[in-house]
Design a protein around this ligand. Sequence first.
Ligand code: 5AD
Ligand code: SF4
Length: 482
Amino acid sequence: MYREIDWDKIDISVEPPIEEPARQYYFMMKCREWVQVFVKESGRRPTACVTTFGCQMNARDSEKLRGVLREIGYDEGSEETADFVIYNTCTVRENANTRVYGRLGQLKPRKKKNPGMMIALCGCMMQEPEVVEKLKKSYRFVDLIFGTHNIYKFAELVAARMDSGRQVIDIWKDTDQIVEDLPNKRKYPFKSGVNIMFGCNNFCSYCIVPYVRGRERSREPDAIIREIERLAADGVSEVMLLGQNVNSYGKTLDVPVTFAQLLREIEKIRGIRRIRFMTSHPKDLSDELIQVMAESDKICRHLHLPVQSGSTKILEKMNRRYTKEQYLALVRRIREAVPDISLTTDIIVGFPGETEEDFQETLDVVRKVRYDSAFTFIYSKRTGTPAAVMENQVPESVIRNRFDRLLKEVQEIAAHACSVHEGTVQEVLVEELSGHDKTMVTGRLSNNLLVHFPGEAKLIGSYVKVLLEECKGFYYIGKKSE
Ligand code: 5AD
Ligand code: SF4
């Protein structure tokens, strides 16, 4: 993982090194010089704002961008006033793209008033050639465009923009490279995401992720362990292991390792008290993993297990490679081994060819599993995916109606499922002051539910035993139990 950079040793009067991460340190140094000129001329440090769209992977990538910006000399600013605005984009559903164009439109007049301002776009949406074409044509005021595979070159790309004064576009189709030891700036001092793998090989037929995040690549276990040991030494007690499909971790390594084996190693790290992970694909969730979860007191009592649909026919068309019965059997095995586990899921409504009967199968799974919460999505057609050209696309009004019915069912069950802990005392990791009431703090249970209880800022980052007095549907109100 990242160590302090020894700036005195970097000589930018010579050619940049070829190897990474030294090459990026060199370009950070170049950018620092530019920032120093800015400070001299304007009497203040420049500000930057990274806005994240989409999933936890993107959130983690944004922390890496912020780490580089900090090293270069930027202060964090708000999106409304920052000298450098970066959108880390998502493209999993069409409305994610629409939102980015909307926000970009709002930046344009600001940039006109302040030509020194910089705008960068990166992330999944940039991996779509049509998007880049559109940006080239209609959004000339964007300074820098890069994708998911070369995010580690952020410093080099910023330097290229500063040197040339022109729009810089650099998108790679794929990469097999994983660059370690780059800076990052964590949002929370006490918890952190940790990438264990990148990309996805599943090709679910609706999903654009394999096309924009590339082939599955696992990090070496040693590098992961080293990173978590350093995080623990730096005060982190909770880690979230991140991957599109963590259950297939390690399969492509030279010396293959299973995800369960990796978890056993991470468990040994002193200072780490909670281990989370996402996302799990049901087809790859092994009995070995279930056993590790059952035996562990560090792995959190929460599993996000996307079902997507309850209909075996639709699951097949989605290329999910499990049936409704196999999914339900898996849930049974997990619940038998870990009875207090909280299960959450993702569900797509309106996949091409979905009939009312198929939808009823989805409702049936929801009623049988009784999820603690479920993210429900309206199917979004993504150009280039097999589902986009399937017949029998479902009319919007039908999808809306199904979506509303599903949401109602999911919410009723979730409120009930969450309330089973009422009256118990549980350990909470305190995360922040409550957004609504500054005499309260907000913490998280092992099962991922939030709890608000009276407390002060000094509790943030610590573990507190809390009596869960009242369930409010998706969260609890409690009080310290000592
Ligand atoms: N339309 C709707 N939802 C989608 N997801 C992925 N692709 C699509 C799409 N084309 C959902 C899946 C996945 C979650 C991250 O996003 O449910 O699990
Ligand atoms: Fe997309 Fe399926 Fe990969 Fe998840 S597992 S990222 S839904 S292709």
